[in-house]
Design a protein around this ligand. Structure first.
Ligand SMILES: CCCCCCCCCC/C=C\CCCCCCCC(=O)SCCNC(=O)CCNC(=O)[C@H](O)C(C)(C)COP(=O)(O)OP(=O)(O)OC[C@H]1O[C@@H](n2cnc3c(N)ncnc32)[C@H](O)[C@@H]1OP(=O)(O)O
Ligand SMILES: Cc1cc2nc3c(=O)[nH]c(=O)nc-3n(C[C@H](O)[C@H](O)[C@H](O)COP(=O)(O)OP(=O)(O)OC[C@H]3O[C@@H](n4cnc5c(N)ncnc54)[C@H](O)[C@@H]3O)c2cc1C
Length: 636
């Protein structure tokens, strides 16, 4: 029945202050206020409805996304929302679109790598959306190997301009979001050539389309790369293909530096290339920034899936009826708990590692501004490794949550198939997860060779086993005289272990902070122990082989896990309520707040276009002849 909370009995079991946990999850009272207010604003506005996405064709879907993006911008302007509120509004609109790359990469790249002059020229236009940007780095032939990019940018000292060119088919830009049909400008990465000499890959701001009629400029061939994984989902995004045919960057020498997107290098008025004495890797700075935001995205996406699966697991009953009484809630089955509760713990763990990574990025950015590059390697390794670890775990976790919901998890109305389809490319974009783990492995190898066996003693006591595991895995690999490539598969495992150590240690450090609210810290301690012991159980081979635990320890850990699951059980619904997601944002009948699942599932079924007619289109042409044996049977 509408208006009845079918999960009230679960909510009454809670042993902690849910409102206080909402603040912990949001990060602060202010952050909670913004999130709560904006999510309800979006949920209450029919202009942001999204329940019809799966019934639209690609063109209808894309046009609807453009409408929503324009409507969101109008809402932001009309309500005079702050940058923080506007970002939250785009988040809760929950539709991959060109705006993600405009605000998520194009603007940060200019802020992070542009000179004062470049920022003064481009940021005001970008902030007012008077230009729409994309980040055009990947090419048809190269994505991971940035140094392999083929697009060229040749400085013409006669005309004081840069000539951007795609010399081969494989140099076509391929994948940039927003490029296909919308972006007017791109930050295009190309090999800089000055005076016949090549100076490696640099970023260039290039105009792609007319600001008058949106037609591609002279020498620009641009379009969409086509349908992607899953029906609705990520097809709201126009990932594009782009070829430059000797495109002149229209900026005169006076603005030449406007085009070369870097404060680490300049082309002077005399056509001379000036490389500052800063690490070349700063050209990768935007990727470091985006990787740390992707870790925060992981906690959002995983918590969404866990919220759906937890609420549905409390609603669903199957088997176990005693004397005609109610059947057993599937959330009470130990197998369901052993699959679901580690994902609940991971959602919280990723939330806190995302908070720490945001601090680390801000710290390294501050140091860079003071020409202190000492923590850049660690920042790169951490952002690369944690992006890899959290996105892999989240993509796998969303799929596990779908399976935890049985057959109904496979319905689009569960919200889980679309969530998976939109989320899963996170394991690839912003760096293929294996390629990024290889970067971490390189960093560990260098650290071991510099520091000897002790990778770091700066970890909380509770992580000794985790630290020993990493050191042992590295010693086993570094000890033998075989090349990095030969050992790379093993080194990637050590890299994963290192990232898991960081997540566990930062969760423990979080618990050493002042955390207000009745029972809140206790609940987080339970979740932290679940996260740490679940990984220890999952990788017990590593821990046993390093000798840092015995088989008896492993058995005790498993017993403790079961006990911890029993402690979470009465609080599970309250722990997902703490995410404070609206039904609109969840987009899931299985995860609706009131747990009134069956009537909503039944009602939603009849809204499917296939049920607009009782007799299906095609019956008279195909089925009736079949049933009436009017189809001439082939001679046997
Ligand atoms: C229903 C709805 C559900 C909603 C769910 C929510 C999900 C959100 C959906 C939102 C929708 C849309 C938003 C999506 C946003 C998508 C954005 C994607 C954009 C992109 O993909 S941009 C392109 C990204 N490309 C890459 O990441 C390329 C990866 N490759 C590299 O980074 C490099 O090539 C490399 C692998 C690191 C190799 O570098 P290189 O060739 O230079 O070679 P080396 O390995 O020798 O490195 C040299 C040296 O440099 C150091 N180094 C390398 N990288 C960095 C760095 N980034 N920072 C600092 N230092 C770096 C390296 O360590 C070496 O140092 P050393 O010599 O060892 O000292
Ligand atoms: C949805 C989506 C959105 C995207 N948006 C953008 C965007 O806006 N802008 C942009 O510039 N790009 C974008 N990309 C491109 C993305 O950044 C690349 O696809 C990504 O960096 C992976 O590179 P790749 O495709 O070349 O993979 P590859 O490197 O070709 O990977 C293929 C396989 O090779 C393996 N491999 C590669 N190199 C090595 C190695 N050295 N050692 C061991 N194994 C290796 C990988 O692990 C993987 O298994 C997007 C991609 C997707 C899917």
């Amino acid at each position: 029945m509408e208006g009845v909370d079918h999960l009230a009995h679960e909510r009454n079991k809670s042993e902690f202050d849910v409102d206080a946990m909402k603040i912990v999850w949001a990060g602060s009272p202010h952050a909670f206020d913004v999130s709560d207010r904006i999510s309800k604003l979006v949920a209450s506005d029919p202009g942001f409805r999204k329940d019809n996405r799966s019934t639209l064709s690609r063109k209808e879907l894309f046009k609807n996304t453009l409408r929503k993006a324009a409507y969101a911008w109008k809402t932001i302007v009309d309500l005079r929302l702050s940058e923080e509120e506007a970002a939250k509004l785009r988040f809760y609109v929950d539709e991959p679109a060109f705006t993600d790359l405009h605000w998520g990469m194009f603007i940060p790249a200019i802020k992070g790598q542009g000179t004062e002059e470049q920022q003064q020229k481009w940021l005001p236009l970008a902030y007012k959306m008077q230009i729409i940007g994309c980040y055009a780095q990947t090419e048809l032939g190269h994505g991971s190997n940035v140094q392999g990019l083929e697009t060229t940018a040749t400085f013409d000292s006669q005309t004081d301009e840069f000539i951007i060119h795609s010399p081969t088919l494989t140099s076509s830009k391929w994948w940039p979001g927003g490029l296909g049909k919308v972006a007017t400008h791109a930050i295009a990465y190309a090999r800089l050539i000055v005076g016949g000499r090549e100076h490696g890959v640099h970023g260039f701001i290039v105009q792609l389309r007319s600001l008058e009629d949106h037609s591609p400029l002279l020498g620009i061939t641009v379009g969409d790369i086509g349908m992607k994984f899953g029906n609705g989902a990520y097809n709201t995004m126009d990932n594009g293909v782009l070829q430059f045919d000797h495109v002149l960057d229209v900026y005169s020498i006076a603005f030449a530096s406007i085009a070369v997107m870097l404060w680490v290098s300049q082309v002077t008025c005399e056509g001379k290339y000036k490389q500052s004495d800063v690490p070349r890797q700063l050209v990768y700075g935007t990727m470091v920034y985006v990787r740390q935001t992707i870790v925060a995205d992981a906690s959002c996406a995983l918590s969404r899936a866990v919220c759906i699966a937890t609420r549905y697991s409390a609603v669903r009953r199957q088997f176990g009826s005693q004397n005609g009484g109610p059947e057993t809630q599937v959330i009470d089955y130990k197998t369901q708990q052993s699959r679901l509760f580690p994902l609940l713990a991971s959602a919280y763990a990723f939330r806190f590692i995302g908070e720490w990574l945001k601090w680390l990025y801000a710290d390294v950015t501050q140091r860079l501004q003071a020409n202190d590059f000492s923590t850049l390697p660690e920042a790169h390794a951490c952002t690369a490794g944690l992006k890899s670890l959290t996105t892999t775990a989240t993509a796998d976790g969303i799929e596990e949550c779908r399976k935890l919901c049985g057959g109904h998890g496979y319905l689009c109305s569960s919200g889980l198939p679309e969530l998976f389809a939109v989320y899963v490319p996170a394991c690839t974009y912003e760096g293929d997860n294996t390629v990024l783990l290889l970067q971490v492995a390189r960093f560990l190898m260098k650290t071991v060779s510099q520091l000897g066996s002790r990778l770091s003693s700066k970890k909380p006591v509770g992580t000794i086993a985790y630290m020993t595991r990493v050191e042992h895995l590295m010693q086993c690999r570094c000890g033998v005289q075989r090349g990095f490539a030969e050992l790379s598969a093993d080194l990637v495992e050590a890299a994963v272990a290192h990232c898991q150590l960081i997540v566990v240690s930062k969760f423990i450090e979080k618990l050493q902070q002042e955390i207000p609210g009745k029972g809140v810290k206790q609940q987080l301690e339970v979740l932290c122990n679940i996260y740490a012991l679940f990984l220890l159980h999952k990788h017990q081979g590593d821990f046993l082989s390093t000798g840092c635990i015995t088989p008896k320890h492993a058995a005790l850990a498993n017993d403790e896990l079961r006990s911890l699951y029993s402690q979470v059980r009465p609080n599970a619904i309250a722990l997902v309520d703490a995410f404070n997601y609206t039904d609109h944002y969840l987009g899931s009948i299985l995860g609706c707040y009131d747990g009134n699942v069956y009537p909503k599932l039944y009602e939603a079924a009849w809204k499917d276009p296939l049920n607009e007619s009782v007799v299906p289109d095609g019956y008279h042409l195909y089925i009736r002849p079949l049933l009436k044996q009017e189809i001439r049977t082939a001679r046997l």
